[in-house]
Design a protein around this ligand. Structure first.
Ligand SMILES: Cc1cc2nc3c(=O)[nH]c(=O)nc-3n(C[C@H](O)[C@H](O)[C@H](O)COP(=O)(O)OP(=O)(O)OC[C@H]3O[C@@H](n4cnc5c(N)ncnc54)[C@H](O)[C@@H]3O)c2cc1C
Ligand SMILES: NC(=O)c1ccc[n+]([C@@H]2O[C@H](COP(=O)([O-])OP(=O)(O)OC[C@H]3O[C@@H](n4cnc5c(N)ncnc54)[C@H](O)[C@@H]3O)[C@@H](O)[C@H]2O)c1
Length: 482
């Protein structure tokens, strides 16, 4: 058995692991990163980037549906599935290439290929013939898709996001299970690219939303475009030849049968911490078996072990993985003199159409914290009559903004609607700056822009907080349709 001594060992060479490696390296030269699979990151290989590439193709195909309303008749698009998937794969490979270039810049002696498992809180077994003795360890092992075990009988007809981005061609039909973030993004994109899509959820949940009004709006909008039952009653799922047979009761209560090419499982992801030997450690775990960690230091209940990224089960998003990795790596490097790192205002965007965004505290969190004392108020705007959105024919959406009674502090927002990815940044920056609703309204707003919709929601909120004047409907002082 080969023994390697290190100050810091980072398990996992994804976004969080690479950030942790770099941060730890600033404090000590004795750092290594252990990767069990290929380098390249989930984001670039099978996550953020290929999903946005597929969506970009779908948005282009969708222009055809929209243009006639402007009097512009483009003709029915011919969608070449092979070309669509080739661009997705080629561009995906470019993004992976950029990551690999940066990994190439890491000295070979700092990179260890193999799957790591804890033997004790300072020792890792990597493969059969290497043991690493590390003073500090960062767990950055990411997450993987999870699905109900009986679906394994579908064999290669059961696919997850990783498989979709490797397709050579588009299939004719799919059933997407899980109208969460991945399900909505992939399912709607496939639908717009001409694939027949059935989408099934459980319990009525749509996307990551927690505000019931915004969720109901989003549900109706997506269900108007393709078959979506967010609280589906599916009685049979089985393989039939090269197809998947599905029996379900539709939203009208009628028994239906469908044969589709694939079942796309988008039923959530689980942190990769179940096979890394945590049972060898006396470490505190949450109800899902994930090590508990301080959100500001990323330190677990074992002082020399840190965790970052999707494996921490905190906020499974790319920028959070990078931030957490930096914090965990820095603290592993300077241990025991650890520091609280910067945690930014939460921001999340779903790249569906209309997009979905959440900023700051969610409605559910605010309701739990302030609901019983009646200490918060909600303002809202519908984008249906919002001027700029109507001009562009993207006038679908609802934005709800939440403010604290008395102080007028902006607490958070949930929305589905046009340009949500951009509006979310405005709102998140205001939230992180701890602005009040009145201060946000002091900021400039151009005309005619979609941001004027945000101003309407903030005015509504300020008025309901009894901090601003009554709302004037159809006010003309800032231009038509503001
Ligand atoms: C389809 C999809 C779309 C997404 N879109 C977005 C988006 O638009 N915006 C956004 O912010 N986020 C998005 N995400 C989420 C984002 O991709 C993740 O939050 C982020 O990539 C997590 O990074 P990570 O470093 O924690 O994990 P990873 O990048 O997965 O890295 C973990 C690494 O650890 C390795 N590993 C695991 N176990 C071991 C072990 N025992 N030993 C050694 N190595 C090990 C793995 O091989 C892997 O390389 C998306 C995710 C998916 C799946
Ligand atoms: N745009 C983005 O930022 C982006 C895009 C994709 C993924 N992500 C990240 O990846 C994470 C995982 O995404 P996800 O979509 O897999 O998880 P998710 O938790 O967002 O959605 C899973 C959905 O599946 C449903 N579900 C669970 N079991 C089911 C079953 N048996 N049948 C039908 N539906 C079922 C759940 O109710 C939920 O709606 C997200 O939380 C997000 O952090 C982010």
């Amino acid at each position: 058995m080969k023994i390697k001594q290190l100050d810091v060992a980072v398990i996992g060479g994804g976004t969080a692991g690479l950030a942790a490696y770099r941060a730890a390296k600033e404090a000590t030269d004795s750092v290594a990163i252990i990767e069990g699979g290929p380098f390249g990151t989930t984001c670039a290989r099978v996550g953020c980037m290929p999903s946005k590439l597929l969506i970009a193709a779908a948005e282009n195909a969708h222009q055809y549906d929209k243009s006639a309303a402007f009097g512009v008749h483009l003709g029915k698009p011919e969608i070449n599935g092979k070309e669509v998937m080739k661009r997705v794969r080629d561009e995906r490979d470019r993004f992976v290439g950029f990551v690999l270039e940066s990994v190439d810049g890491i000295p070979e002696s700092d990179k260890i290929q193999g799957y790591a498992k804890f033997i004790d809180s300072n020792t890792l077994q990597v493969g059969d013939d290497l043991q690493i003795q590390a003073k500090r360890i960062v767990i950055a092992t990411g997450s993987r898709p999870s699905w109900p075990a009986p679906w394994n009988d579908l064999g290669d007809r059961l696919v997850v996001n990783d498989d979709v981005f490797n397709w050579d061609d588009l299939p004719e039909s799919v059933a997407v299970f899980g109208p969460g973030v991945i399900g909505l993004e992939l399912g709607q994109a496939l639908h717009r690219l001409g694939v027949k899509v059935l989408m099934f959820g459980v319990g009525g949940q749509v996307g990551p939303l927690t505000d019931p009004d915004v969720m109901a709006y989003a549900y109706k909008t997506f269900a108007d475009e393709f078959y979506l039952d967010a609280d589906a009653k599916v009685s049979t799922v089985r393989r039939e030849g090269d197809k998947v047979y599905i029996q379900y009761t539709d939203k009208q209560g009628v028994e239906q049968e469908a044969l589709v090419d694939y079942l796309v499982a988008a039923t959530g992801r689980r942190p990769n911490v179940d096979k890394i030997g945590l049972d060898q450690l006396d470490i505190q775990l949450d109800e899902k078996g994930v090590p508990l960690a301080d959100k500001y230091t990323m330190q677990t209940s074992i002082a020399n072990i840190f965790i970052a990224g999707d494996s921490s089960n905190q906020i499974p998003l790319l920028h959070e993985a990078a931030d957490q990795g930096k914090i965990a790596g820095h603290n592993a490097g300077v241990f025991p003199d650890i520091r609280a790192g910067l945690r930014r205002t939460p921001i999340a965007a779903v790249f569906s159409d209309p997009q979905i965004a959440m900023i700051g505290e969610s409605y559910r969190e605010i309701e739990k914290r302030l609901g019983s004392c009646g200490c918060f108020t909600t303002g809202e705007v519908s984008f249906e009559n919002q001027g700029r959105s109507r001009v562009m024919l993207i006038n679908k959406g609802l934005l709800k903004v939440y403010g604290e009674n008395g102080t007028g502090r902006f607490l958070g927002a949930e929305m589905t609607g046009p340009n949500a990815e951009h509006l979310a940044h405005l709102l998140a920056w205001a939230h992180q700056s701890k602005m009040t609703v009145a201060q946000m309204l002091d900021m400039p707003f151009y005309h005619p822009v979609i941001e004027e919709g945000v101003r309407t929601a903030l005015r509504d909120l300020n008025s309901k907080l009894h901090l601003g004047p009554e709302m004037t409907q159809m006010c003309m002082e800032c231009g038509p349709g503001c």
